[in-house]
Design a protein around this ligand. Structure first.
Ligand code: NDP
Ligand SMILES: CC(C)=CCC[C@@H](C)[C@H]1CC=C2C3=C(CC[C@@]21C)[C@@]1(C)CC[C@H](O)C(C)(C)[C@@H]1CC3
Length: 623
């Protein structure tokens, strides 16, 4: 092949189709008919690439080096000519991916060099930052050049991303090694890839991370949600004790102002939070490592949630035994909610204020729009900590979650009192046991929370503070709350059917979550060797059979089935106890689409292939 630009066996950098990422690949051959090179990635993935998507290894290195050596930061940003630049688009997301490409390729081949290289990739073009630099005429030229590049090279890519079928048609993705080999290779590279990603993320954000795009309706949306969510909680709580709770009762007649406030209620809430904080800091249980951060650090988390729920249960039982009247929670629900809201609000203000003095690599990508209200709502700091005390992790897993079970239990006592029963009704028992199982399971598997979206990506601001401290304990308890004054006796067959449904949902939820966790922790786990996978250029694979071959989010499916089983004991007389189900569908559909976007960005056409193979998102053959 004398006229070929790249020879078989040559090590080059190949662009991952549908993305801006370049990885080290080896040329295997060239098809003169299709004019495509066959290349192989380090994880064994073979692809056919166009010449324009390949760059020689040496010039790739030279270009990244020259950018870091010879230019001032301002100029580097706009004039660098790395391969990443060839795929520059006018969105920060693309600029981020382009920057990521350089560092993601580097660590796999250069090991230790990865963190040293991170600052280098900050130099990649960030089109959204068009700040004037020292030479204005140069700038004009650079701007023009960027635009030209964009129109020449960006549009085909944008199309490919919008149309995965086309993207796949253009490139032929196939596995070279058998699954076992690929999994073993993946196990080896997983650590490197994680570290590369952290370096890449650092590069992506640069010194001042800018939000990629605004979720939740942007600035106006954030303002709306900040006011609407507490108003909605109030509406639900004013409805739940009514004889005929209905959405049609809007606006509700407001109770006198003093019924919202009770200093004693505030005292109880503060005491509960302090008690949970004490259990959290006790040196009991495992110290688990979180994901690698942009700063290159890994945080440690005390995962003793199961211990916390056991001690809490024992303390509550002892208090009841000593004569404490837990029905206070039912009779002072509004005051307790107001107190929790006040704490959530103060916490959010504190979080916002302290985020102003945190270093940029401690900030979340999503909460730095520059708009005060949006950033306050979404949260700017990723892992706010007071010494070793992680505020986000603590709030998400402890006071609200364990408080949810405490409130449910109090509702069971309130039901007995109000309806003069010797024992809680069967509906109340079902709701209590089902939700207790859910919470205890979450705390038992507490380590798994460290890889959820909230912990990895979302900043800690009003949304999560309010969600954790008000929304979860005071709205997730609506079914039990409703049953206090709306009895719904269940026949044995109905009860059995609901229990079966709950168990089915729980089985799907737990099995699918565990399957993915086990696979992510050890891809060559022998117990998973029967599963089919799709390799991706990041070194990670995607499960394509087993639970993750049924739908793309089997864990959401299980969670939704459980939600159904939580509402069914309340019957169909009113919509109010179905609120959780309705809200949860909206939350998970939105979460699924956020995750889809993130995975498409991370995995490019491998993700598209996964989506083609596993066609439904949450419910087989429906959605
Ligand atoms: N009760 C409640 O209020 C709520 C409960 N939840 C529950 O919390 C749990 C966690 O949910 P969430 O954090 O949203 O997301 P998931 O646990 O579903 O995690 C999604 C991630 O899994 C990985 N992944 C996706 N597809 C595959 C595949 N085929 N093979 C291997 N890995 C794959 C990807 O990450 P990567 O490839 O980077 O590993 C993806 O980003 C769920 O069970 C959910 O139901 C969530 C929200 C609220
Ligand atoms: C409307 C509003 C303010 C929403 C905020 C969303 C939060 C309430 C939820 C986001 C993700 C959550 C998770 C759980 C609780 C609800 C929030 C905080 C969770 C801790 C419940 C228990 C599960 O077992 C879980 C650990 C999987 C789960 C993780 C996500």
């Amino acid at each position: 092949m004398p006229s070929l630009k790249y020879q078989p066996g040559e090590k080059v950098m190949g662009r991952w189709p549908g993305s801006s990422l370049y990885y080290e690949v080896k040329v295997l051959g060239f098809d003169s008919k299709s004019r495509l090179y066959t290349v192989i990635y380090k994880d064994g993935t073979e692809l056919e690439l166009k010449e324009q998507d390949i760059i020689s290894y040496l010039s790739f290195q030279a270009r990244t080096r020259s950018r870091s050596n010879s230019r001032s930061p301002g100029r580097r940003r706009s004039r660098s000519r790395s391969p990443a630049r060839t795929t520059r688009r006018s969105s920060s997301r693309t600029a981020a991916a382009a920057s990521a490409a350089i560092t993601e390729s580097a660590p796999s081949s250069h090991g230790d060099a990865k963190l040293k290289r991170a600052p280098e990739v900050k130099l990649s073009p960030l089109p959204q930052e068009k700040k004037p630099t020292e030479n204005s005429s140069n700038n004009k030229h650079e701007k023009k050049e960027e635009n030209n590049t964009a129109s020449k090279e960006i549009q085909p890519d944008a199309k490919a991303e919008a149309d995965p079928e086309k993207n796949l048609g253009r490139y032929n993705l196939r596995r070279r090694k058998d699954d076992g080999e690929a999994k073993a290779a993946e196990a080896k590279t997983e650590q490197q890839v994680k570290e590369a990603k952290a370096s890449a993320a650092l590069a992506v954000t640069g010194p001042t991370p800018a939000s990629p795009r605004l979720d939740f309706g942007g600035k106006i949306g954030a303002f709306f949600w900040t006011l609407f969510l507490p108003a909605w909680v109030l509406f639900l709580l004013l409805q739940v004790n009514r004889k005929d709770p209905s959405l049609a009762n809007f606006p509700p007649p407001l109770p006198p102002l003093q019924s919202f406030w009770d200093p004693q209620a505030l005292g109880f809430v503060v005491l509960w939070i302090l008690f949970q904080a004490l259990l959290y800091v006790l040196p009991v249980g495992k110290l688990s490592e979180g994901v690698l951060l942009r700063s290159g650090r890994r945080l440690k988390y005390r995962t003793n949630g199961f211990f916390a729920v056991l001690v809490s249960a024992a303390v509550v039982a002892a208090a009841v035994y000593q004569g404490a009247d837990l029905t206070y929670i039912h009779s002072h629900f509004l005051q307790l909610t107001t107190a929790s809201f006040l704490i959530a609000m103060l916490l959010s203000i504190y979080l916002y204020v302290r985020s102003r003095s945190t270093s940029p690599d401690e900030r979340a990508l999503g909460g730095n729009s520059g708009n005060m209200i949006y950033d306050f709502f979404k949260g700017r700091e990723l892992n706010p900590r007071i010494k070793e005390f992680d505020l986000k992790f603590f709030c998400e897993m402890r006071p609200g979650l364990i408080g949810w079970c405490l409130i449910n239990f109090a509702m069971a006592l309130a039901e007995m009192k109000q309806q003069k029963l010797d024992a809680p009704s069967s509906s109340m028992i079902l709701v209590n046991v089902f939700q207790l199982l859910y919470v205890v399971d979450g705390l038992w598997n507490e380590e798994a929370i460290l890889t959820t979206m909230d912990l990895m990506h979302d900043g800690f601001g009003y949304m999560l503070a309010f969600g954790d401290l008000v929304w979860v304990p005071f709205t997730y308890t609506l079914q039990a709350h409703y049953l206090v004054s709306h009895p719904n006796p269940l026949s044995l067959p109905v009860l059995s059917a609901i229990v079966t449904l709950k168990l089915v949902g729980f089985y799907i939820f737990r099995k699918s979550n565990s399957e993915k966790n086990a696979f992510r922790r050890n891809p060559s786990d022998p117990s998973l060797s029967h599963l089919k996978t799709i390799p991706t250029a990041t070194g990670k694979s995607l499960l394509v059979s087993g639970w993750w071959g049924v739908v793309r989010h089997p864990n959401y499916l299980g969670d939704l089935i459980m939600a159904l089983a939580w509402s069914l004991p309340c019957g169909f007389s009113h919509i109010l106890p179905w609120f959780y189900m309705i809200y949860f569908i909206i939350l998970l559909v939105h979460r699924d689409s956020r995750d889809m976007n993130e995975c498409r960005r991370k995995y490019g056409s491998a993700w598209d292939e996964y989506c083609r193979t596993v066609r439904y998102r949450i419910i087989p053959r429906v959605y």
